[in-house]
Every structure is written in structure tokens, then in C-alpha cells.
Design a protein. Structure first.
Length: 319
């Protein structure tokens, strides 16, 4: 059994393979036949021994029936792991922590596939780590490999949202737990601290690392735009507006003046200034001004009427 890196493709392929294809009846029968026998204990990744928990269960072939029955009321996430895989250990630690945070909205069922190969075979798992979500006695989604924690959180959140009305244990656990504050993302904390200290280069680098990992992260995109603008505005020549008025062809002065306008809350004036420059320029100069203007748009809500009007004016100036 191999242990590849996780990916969206892996997750999609696993989900498709599991859809209607996994028959858990053989494991149920084996569990029922073994019910009167003392179950064999499953080890922990890395040889550690974790204390018992209502949200984290050790599962064997003999006790698997209880997992299937539990999934009739709660979401159960089966963690198929093996002691030889460092990725398994890392993923299991994340899953245990997230299960604890859930307060019982979902339960983690850990399976040592070396000691319990039939469970891995039933799910058609070809590698470890493999994670399978079970609801209503059947697999509903899965992924293989050690995905980043933000992706795992998103995956779990989607499952809970989709299954909340079908599995009463989810809502009951959430109501008992009450509102929970979203844990701070240390990546954003790092960036915000750098920004507050005036280290804009470090803040920009931190937000760019987030976007490298999560290109669609809108919070990081917006924050990065703010950091870039603040760094430019603080470094702008205070006399840029006078220079821009004196020499309309000085593109650098026009851009710096627009930044100062924004910093002074003259948003409409900044947009109007750059749209006018676009109208009277061409080629690389025009493109440079257009890109700067579009970057300024990103500092505001897209629904802001000042942005909407400036976008219309820009389109008119370009075409």
C-alpha cells in the first residue's frame, strides 16, 4: 500500500469510486460473528497511546459494526492509517484535533489497516492515508493523501452542511456546544502582525504564501491589495500632486498622486485622475495606468458606486 500526496483529483476519484460501490455487509457480518470475542486493540500511529474520547474511536474488524450503526445518527470519518507512514501520523493528529473541536458533530474512527486489512479492502483503499466519510451506513465522500488543514476543514464543513438535516446527531451536538469562534489562522496572524509593525514586505510575502496555497482565498487577496497600497502611499512623494499638475505626461507622478488622493479619502478624484490619463496615453503607458487603476478598485467593495462608475468610465476611455 502506497502513501501519495493528497489532491483534489484524488478526492474526486475516490468519491466516484466509492459511490454505490462499497458493500459494508461483509464487514458487518464479520463484526457480528466476532461480537462475543474480545476485540484486538489497534495501535496508534507512531506507537503513541491516546486517551479514550467520545469523538475519537479505535476501530477493528470486530467493532466495525458499531461504526456503521453510529453513522445512522452522526457523521463518521474513517481514518485508514498505517504505522509506516509519516503522512498518516500527521493527518491523524489534525483529524483528532478537529474532531475534538467539533464537540461530537462528527466522530473520527481510526483504523490501522495493517491490523485490519479487510476494512481497507471494503473501501477499496489503494493507499494510506485514506479518509472516508460515512453517513446512513454508507460512504458518502473520501480523499486520499494528507491534505492541508484548511482543505480538510472546508471538506468537513461541506459534509456537515449537506448532512445536518439527515443526521440528527450533528444538529444536537452543535446546539449543545453553542456558537464556536472560528480559530485564528496563524498565517493571517503572521501577516497582520507584520503589517501592524510597518513591515509591509513581510506582510506582502505572508499573504502571497497564502495565495500560492489557496489562489481563491478572497480574504488574502483583499488584504494583499491593502498592504501593497499602504506601502506605496506611505512611500509616495508628498509633492506628487504638484508634479502631476505641472507635467501631465509624468506617469509616475500621476500614479503617486492617485495614491495620495485615495489616502486622503478623495476616491472619486483619484479614479477620475487616472481615467483621464488613460484617455490621453497609449501603449505601455496606458497599460501601466490601467493596471494601477484596477488595483485601486480592489481596495473597495465591487458594489461601491464609485467603483462601478469608474469602471464604466475606464471602459469608455479604452474603447
Amino acid at each position: 500500500m502506497t502513501h501519495p500526496r493528497g489532491s483534489a483529483a484524488n478526492s474526486a476519484a475516490m468519491s466516484a469510486a466509492l459511490s454505490g460501490a462499497v458493500d459494508l455487509s461483509a464487514l458487518k457480518a464479520r463484526a457480528e460473528a466476532s461480537r462475543n470475542q474480545p476485540p484486538s486493540g489497534a495501535g496508534q500511529p507512531g506507537g503513541a497511546s491516546a486517551p479514550p474520547s467520545d469523538t475519537v474511536l479505535e476501530v477493528t474488524e470486530a467493532t466495525f459494526q458499531s461504526v456503521v450503526e453510529l453513522s445512522l445518527n452522526q457523521l463518521v470519518v474513517v481514518d485508514l492509517w498505517a504505522g509506516f507512514s509519516e503522512q498518516c501520523q500527521q493527518l491523524t493528529e489534525v483529524l483528532e484535533r478537529l474532531a475534538g473541536e467539533s464537540g461530537g458533530a462528527w466522530v473520527l474512527a481510526k483504523v490501522d489497516v495493517e491490523a485490519n486489512p479487510r476494512i481497507a479492502q471494503a473501501f477499496g483503499a489503494q493507499s494510506v492515508p485514506t479518509v472516508v466519510a460515512i453517513a446512513g451506513g454508507q460512504p458518502v465522500d473520501a480523499f486520499s493523501g494528507a491534505l492541508p488543514e484548511p482543505e480538510i476543514r472546508k471538506w468537513l464543513g461541506s459534509l456537515l452542511d449537506a448532512l445536518r438535516d439527515r443526521l440528527p446527531g450533528i444538529r444536537a451536538a452543535e446546539e449543545a456546544r453553542g456558537p464556536v469562534e472560528e480559530p485564528e489562522d496563524p498565517r493571517f496572524t503572521e501577516a497582520e502582525e507584520a503589517f501592524e509593525q510597518g513591515d509591509y514586505a513581510a506582510a506582502q510575502a505572508a499573504y502571497e504564501r497564502i495565495l500560492d496555497a489557496e489562489p481563491a482565498n478572497e480574504l488574502a487577496k483583499n488584504a494583499l491589495a491593502q498592504v501593497k497600497f499602504t506601502a506605496r502611499a506611505e512611500a509616495a512623494d508628498p509633492s506628487a500632486r504638484e508634479k502631476a499638475e505641472a507635467d501631465p505626461k509624468d506617469i509616475g507622478a500621476q500614479l503617486a498622486a492617485a495614491d495620495l488622493d485615495i489616502a486622503d479619502q478623495d476616491v472619486e478624484g483619484a479614479f477620475r485622475r487616472l481615467v483621464d490619463v488613460v484617455r490621453r496615453t497609449a501603449g505601455d503607458d496606458r497599460n501601466r495606468v490601467r493596471e494601477h487603476l484596477v488595483a485601486l478598485f480592489e481596495l473597495f467593495d465591487p458594489a461601491d458606486e464609485r467603483v462601478a462608475k469608474a469602471r464604466r468610465d475606464l471602459a469608455s476611455a479604452l474603447f
